[in-house]
Every structure is written in C-alpha cells, then in structure tokens.
Design a protein around this ligand. Structure first.
Ligand code: MLT
Length: 308
C-alpha cells in the first residue's frame, strides 16, 4: 500500500490513474493539514503553491518521489531532494499549447490595447481614437528560447505573417528552416525585433537576460512579453525603459515575486498582466495531471519513468 499527498489543486480527472489504483491511497490536503503524519507519504504531487523545501523533505521521511504538474521545478529544492534520495519528475509537455496560446493572446492584446479599451468601455467611455493599435502582420518577432513553447509561438506567428527571429544556442539550421524562422545571435534578435518574447527557463544564465544592457540594444518602441518565468526580464530595468519611453508596452504573466504586490510595473497603462495563467486551461491541467499521475504510479510499481 502506498500513500500519496496531493498538496495543490490538481485536476481530479487527471489523477484518475492514482485514484483508481487499489494499492494507492490519495490524500488531497495542504501540507499544513497533514503536519502530524507527513512522514507517512511515499509520493508528493504539487503544482506551484507548495514549496518543496529542504525542511519539508526532511519531515517526509518515507518520501520517494515528487511529481510537479507542470514544466518548471523551481518550487522544488532539487538538490535537497537528491540529498534525501527523492526522485523529482515533471510534466514536460502537457501545457505547451496552452502557454503558447496565452503568449499569443497577450501579444494581440498588447499591440491592440485590448485590456485598456475593455476597461474604458466598461467605464461607459467610447474613445476609439485612444486605442489605435498596430498589425502583427509583417512585424519582426524575436523569440528567445526555442524549446517546445517557443517553437509553438513561432508557428503561430508565421501563420499571422510575422517574420520570426530566434535566439537559441541549440537551434539547428534544419529545424529553423522547417519552421520558417531565422536563427540569430542574441544581439541580432534584440536589434531587429518589433516584439520580443522569452521562452527559456529561469537559470543563472537567463536571470536578468533582458536587463539594462540588452534592453538598450532593442528598437525604440519595442513590445516585450514574458509568459515564461519572472526574473528573465529585469523588472527594475523594465520600469526604467517604460519611464523613458523606449519600451512601448510589456505583457507579463509572470513576476519575480508572485503575487507581485504593489509593484511599480502595475502602475503603467501600457503594461498588461495576468496572474501566471499560461498553463491554466482545462486541457493543460488535465494533461499535466495525467502525465505526473501515470509516471508516479509507474515509479511506485517499480517501472522505469520518463521525464524531461
Ligand atoms: C509550468 O512550469 O509548467 C507552469 O508555470 C505551471 C503552472 O502554471 O502551474
């Protein structure tokens, strides 16, 4: 008999492989509600809310595996998990399409001022001249990071008639040709793009990638989108480049601190925001939950697991 703690809101339908297994007991509760018997769980399933710290891992003495219903594992102390011999798995591709679609929705909303116009009409105004936007067609889109999500964004951009310039050290010429994008250096992407979207994980190398030095290399009037991880764009630098009018607008689904509280970026009319919704669709949540549930079940049954 194995006991699994599901400590964040994870699609019930996706958990079916675990809920239907006879030798598994699934407990869907917050960590704080099971403090007294944390040492009795063999597996832990989380989304973003639970922080899997060294302290928590130390208390979960029977823990063998942590499953993250999403791509990033930044809410899990992977080094501490390794120290305690706990395997960490994720759902590498369950939310690719949802996040790419959200990025595209943010892009369209940004250049057509949809959120601002929405608020205006709801305030009983009818100000058509205040919201003149620009077309995506023919514009240069810079994509930084060309993994699963970046390449899905690029495919959609091509369908909209955009010219796509990609910076990713791992992008091969053959793959670029197949999708119809231009492989570039980072400086080329920065200088040629009308809109730049980032699709990298947050690492030592990507933290602050769009900071003062690189933002200064972008076109005046550039639009920026971050639906990947807070911190890839340096938030203080964004404030400075919005204040001096160099950046025309920013769309953010993610922040260095979530929730961002009373962040200065929220005061700009040309900054549009969502609360980390990239993966928040019925479909993506079902896919990621099913992926981790199946893998955790395989692991507990002693079968090999696959994860990114
Ligand atoms: C991810 O890492 O896949 C997403 O940020 C997941 C989420 O929104 O929970």
């Amino acid at each position: 008999m194995f006991r699994i703690l599901v400590s964040d809101a994870i699609s019930e339908e996706g958990l079916a492989p675990l809920l239907n297994a006879e030798h598994i007991e699934v407990v869907q509760k917050k960590v704080s509600d099971v403090e007294e018997y944390l040492d009795q769980f063999d597996a832990l399933l989380v989304r973003s809310a639970t922080k899997v710290t060294e302290e928590l891992l130390a208390k979960m003495k029977s823990l063998k595996i942590v499953g993250r219903a999403g791509v990033g594992v930044d809410n899990i102390d992977v080094d501490a998990a390794t120290k305690y011999g706990v395997v960490v798995i994720n759902a590498p591709d369950g939310n690719t399409i949802s996040t790419a679609e959200h990025t595209f929705a943010m892009m369209a909303a940004l250049v057509r001022h949809i959120p601002q116009a929405h608020v205006s009409v709801k305030s009983r105004e009818w100000n058509r001249s205040a919201f003149v936007g620009s077309e995506l067609y023919g514009k240069h889109l810079g994509v930084i990071g060309f993994g699963r999500i970046g390449s899905e964004v690029a495919k959609r951009a091509r369908a909209f008639g955009m010219k796509v310039h990609v910076y990713d050290p791992f992008l091969t010429k053959a793959r670029a040709e197949k999708i119809g994008v231009e492989p570039c250096t980072l400086d080329e992407v920065l200088s040629v793009s009308d809109i730049i979207t980032v699709h990298t994980p947050l690492t030592k190398e990507t933290k602050g990638l769009l900071g003062p030095k690189n933002l200064a290399k972008t076109k005046k009037g550039v639009y920026l989108i971050n639906c990947a991880r807070g911190g890839i764009m340096d938030e203080q630098a964004l404030v400075a480049f919005l204040e001096n009018g160099h950046v025309a607008g920013v769309a953010l689904d993610v922040f260095e601190q979530e929730p961002p509280g009373d962040h200065p970026l929220l005061a700009f009319d040309n900054v549009i925001v969502t609360p980390h919704l990239g993966a928040s669709t019925v479909e993506a949540q079902l896919h990621v939950a099913t992926q981790v549930a199946e893998e955790v079940l395989k692991f507990l049954e002693g079968k090999p697991v696959t994860s990114s």
